[in-house]
Write a protein that binds this ligand. Structure first.
Ligand code: PEP
Ligand code: MG
Length: 874
């Protein structure tokens, strides 16, 4: 049986997204509900996978079905592909299962060649028609060369710019039929010059090459980056949609637009979009001309506009979500080219979800499910300080394309943005317009400012998706990209000058404006409250200071899952005592130093218990290799020598004795407590004394310490340290004459701990998965250095994501699952959590839910993300 690789739009529907891609499934669905869609077909995502399996070739069976699709399309549309008299021109567009705006390729006006062009013109004596035909032809040659044959766009743009200069015009639209005819022939010559062969004139060959190019674009670098960021598997592949062209560039009775049924920046229930008369789709998206607001379309094309409003309503009622639509008007008649659930800012996502519940479109559970947890991050991004902002006067204004505030040094290229970012600089990427190749630079920038383009330009769409602040379409900027400078409000700006931009208002400021943390209220609270009703996992935070803990509590943390006690010693007054402890060579010396540390530590713990108001606090005992804390500066070494009554040489000898070849697998974690039990004793005293004091002050709080011993690999090893902790704690409690419950647990961070979890649970009252170390030790990848080679793993498709960011569920996850099962078999009351970085990653949270963890713990700003992800998992 042969496979079905091609589906006419009339054969599909929205449930076939996996096979037809989002665009294909929605074109089919729009067809099904009777909306005006030019009738074409979809080549399936499976054909894409087959293309790669066949060594990047479209096999004959697929191509045969494509040509059958073409024949049916000819029949439906009453035109013939490649025909001179009545030619059918098509667009070839990508469309994956998940939308990846701008990441893959599109070719328009396919099917044109010299003969078709000549016959078309001969059959129509309207001079505007001739202009249209040559405009379409030069666009096709340019797009085909760029997308299919990978001849850089710039060669063609240079030719256009030269032509505009010669003719003394500013916009493409002002070029005449003769100018465009000349351009088309210059383009073909350029093609030949670049590739050494003629531009392909056979439409079937053009089509095959174009479909292959779209499949190939699934694997282009920007698509790979986008997929990694958005958790889209490489194996999905993209579909290809082949559709009859409708011409927004036919004449002034035609145009093209992009619109959202609700405002994608704020969520306001109000049609938002842009429209360009006499243009093709890419003009709007690429921001070549600055379009008019959609409402203005009413004056130009009242009937098509009224029909479009009806379509919007139909689509929202059908999909029960905000729609992002592309459409074309050809000779006043409306055609729908695409619809999808629109990308939106986090702020808009929350508002739209709540409104859809209020309007009866969605249940609260569906509202919670429709918000991408990764997006919430942007809500927590800084805004300009209101006072500083009031005092500042904008020097210019563009469109507020993606909210947030950004301040940084000007850079002019995506590469520079990346480079400067790596050097620790905050940058604003200033571009004439952005193109998809800029994505990594856009990611590296604090903010993006473009001269051209509207709210739906590439820069705007991509920035919104990334949660990066963006101001687009500031036409007042006089740009000189080549010499890395621009002029605005009479001032020249160079690389490295500071500017500030406001992605909500579109304002641009000279210099630095202070930013402040975002305020969270309203819809955010509503969605989070719903999420909390659904989730089973508790969400704690990793916090070492009362300030972090307080922030996390505001964001909904239900406790501290990890307090890294060593972080409390970085401050000037404490590090001295800590170093004395490290550089002791007798127990007495060490105990004397620990005596100095105890009050600091106890005070810190008291503040944490105060901040948590009776919610659980897990305090982890000293973990890192000690050499991380030893002085390196001569003056510090001298100071330490004096305090320790030792010579500088003696201190240096101790420091060099601490050197380890493999510190991450060295003298750290509970190994420190095995060699220096007095450290564990001091930390136990500090924890228990702090808890007793706080619970005395707040008898209504449940202050029950959770002491966490890191890096165990063996039950006996854990027992040795635990016995010291228990003896010390019990003595403290007895001496205080109070009744206090506490627990002693361990971190599962070493594969052997996971493998022997059944034994370890005899000693541990709880497990917390330290998946940073567990990933490091399971893969044998250094968590500090793996970044140096992981890029090669992504490029070579060995890995799709960073195992330190997204839990490796097959390997590391298997160890976790087994540890939970065996641990609970030994001790049914065992509670289990995770406190590695994965605790705030939505996909990893889902896995944690699945294997029955009790809580995830993550950094304060990721707490809302984890709450939402946990609800979605449930
Ligand atoms: C871990 O290893 O996952 C962990 C939380 O501990 P740390 O990052 O402090 O090693
Ligand atoms: Mg660890």
């Amino acid at each position: 049986m042969s496979n079905k690789w091609v589906y006419m739009f009339e054969e599909g529907d929205m449930t076939m997204r996996n096979l037809l891609g989002g665009k294909g499934a929605n074109l089919a669905e729009m067809t099904k509900i009777g909306l005006p869609v030019p009738q074409g077909f979809t080549v399936t995502t499976e054909a894409c996978t087959q293309y790669y399996e066949d060594g990047r070739k479209i096999n004959d069976e697929i191509m045969e079905q494509v040509m059958q699709g073409v024949a049916k399309m000819e029949e439906i549309n009453g035109k013939k592909f490649g025909d001179k008299e009545n030619p059918l021109l098509v667009s070839v567009r990508s469309g994956a299962r998940a939308s990846m705006p701008g990441m893959m390729d599109t070719i328009l006006n396919l099917g044109l060649n010299d003969e078709v062009v000549a016959t078309m013109i001969a059959g129509n004596d309207d001079p505007a028609f001739e202009r249209f035909v040559y405009d379409s032809y030069r666009r096709f040659i340019q797009m085909f060369s760029d997308v299919v044959m990978e001849v850089g766009k710039k060669y063609f743009e240079q030719l256009i710019d030269k032509m505009k200069e010669e003719k003394g015009v500013q916009f493409d639209i002002e070029l005449t039929a003769a100018d465009l005819k000349e351009l088309a022939s210059q383009f073909k010559a350029e093609y030949k010059k670049q590739l050494g062969e003629d531009f392909p004139s056979d439409p079937v060959e053009q089509l095959k090459l174009a479909i292959e190019a779209v499949f190939r674009s699934w694997d282009n670098p920007r698509a790979n980056v986008y997929r990694r960021d958005n958790d889209i598997p490489y194996s999905w592949g993209t579909a290809v949609n082949v559709m009859p062209m409708v011409f927004g560039n036919l004449n002034n009775q035609s145009g093209t637009g992009v619109a959202f049924t609700r405002d994608p920046a704020t969520g306001e229930n109000k049609l938002m979009g842009e429209f360009l008369i006499n243009a093709q789709g890419e003009d709007v998206v690429a921001g070549v001309r600055t379009p008019m607001p959609i409402a203005q379309m009413e004056q130009e094309f009242p009937e098509a506009y009224a029909q479009f409003l009806e379509v919007c309503e139909t689509l929202e009622n059908h999909y029960h979500d905000m729609q992002d639509m592309e459409f074309t008007v050809e000779n006043k008649k409306l055609y729908m080219l695409q619809c999808r659930n629109g990308k939106r800012t986090a702020q808009a996502a929350l508002k739209i979800a709540c409104d859809l519940v209020d309007e009866g479109h969605k249940t609260p559970a569906e509202a919670v499910a429709m918000i991408d947890p990764r997006n919430l991050d942007t809500l927590l991004h800084p805004q300009f300080d209101a006072k500083a902002l009031k005092a500042a006067t904008p020097m210019g204004k563009g469109l507020g394309a993606s909210p947030g505030a950004a301040c940084g040094k000007v850079v002019f290229t995506a590469e520079d943005a990346e480079k400067w970012n790596e050097m620790g600089e905050k940058v604003i990427l200033v571009r004439l317009e952005t193109s998809p190749e800029d994505i990594t630079g856009m990611k590296a920038a604090q903010g993006i400012l473009t001269v051209r383009g509207g709210m739906t330009s590439h820069a705007a769409v991509v920035a919104r998706g990334m949660g990066t602040c963006c101001v687009s379409g500031c036409g007042d900027i006089v740009m000189d990209e080549e010499n890395k400078k621009f002029t605005l409000a009479g001032k020249e700006f160079h690389e490295g000058d500071y500017i500030s931009i406001d992605g909500s208002t579109g304002n641009i400021y000279d210099g630095i404006i202070e930013t402040v943390d975002a305020q969270i209220a309203g819809e955010f609270g509503r969605i989070m409250a719903w999420a909390d009703e659904f989730r089973k996992l508790k969400v704690r935070t990793n916090a070492d200071t009362p300030a972090d803990a307080k922030k996390a509590r505001e964001l909904g943390a239900e406790g501290i899952g990890l307090c890294r006690t060593e972080h409390m010693f970085f401050e000037e007054d404490r590090i001295a005592a800590f170093r004395e402890m490290i550089c002791s060579d007798t127990v007495e010396e060490r105990e004397a130093a620990l005596e100095k540390i105890l009050p600091y530590q106890q005070g810190d713990f008291e503040a944490l218990y105060e901040a948590l108001e009776g919610c659980p606090v897990t305090i982890r005992f000293l973990d890192p290799p000690l050499h991380e804390f030893v002085p390196t500066e001569e003056a510090d070494i001298e100071k330490l020598a004096k305090a320790q009554n030792k010579s500088v040489e003696e201190i240096k000898a101790i420091i060099s004795s601490l050197h380890e070849f493999n510190p991450m697998m060295g003298h750290r974690g509970l190994r420190l407590a095995v060699t220096y039990p007095e450290i564990a004793k001091m930390q136990t005293k500090a924890v228990i004394r702090a808890a007793i004091n706080v619970s005395k002050a707040h008898p209504d709080w449940n202050v029950a310490p959770e002491i966490m011993i890191p890096l165990a690999c063996d039950a006996k090893e854990l027992k040795y340290v635990k016995d010291i902790v228990v003896a010390t704690a019990d003595a403290e409690i007895a001496a205080a004459g109070v009744d206090m419950k506490y627990e002693v647990g361990t971190m599962i961070e070493i594969p052997r701990a996971a493998l022997t979890a059944g034994d370890i649970a005899k000693e541990a009252e709880f497990f917390c998965f330290g998946t940073n170390d567990l990933t490091q030790m399971t893969f044998g990848f250094s968590r500090d250095d793996a970044g140096k080679f992981l890029n090669a793993y992504y490029d070579k498709k060995i890995f799709e994501s960073d195992p330190f960011a997204r839990l490796d569920t097959t390997g590391v996850g298997q160890l976790m699952e087994m540890a939970v099962k065996n641990g609970k078999a030994t001790r049914p009351s065992l509670h289990c959590g995770i406190c590695g970085e994965h605790g705030g990653d939505p996909t990893s949270v889902e896995f944690c839910h699945k294997i029955g963890l009790d809580y995830v713990s993550c950094s304060p700003f990721r707490v809302p993300i984890a709450r939402l992800a946990a609800a979605q998992a449930a």
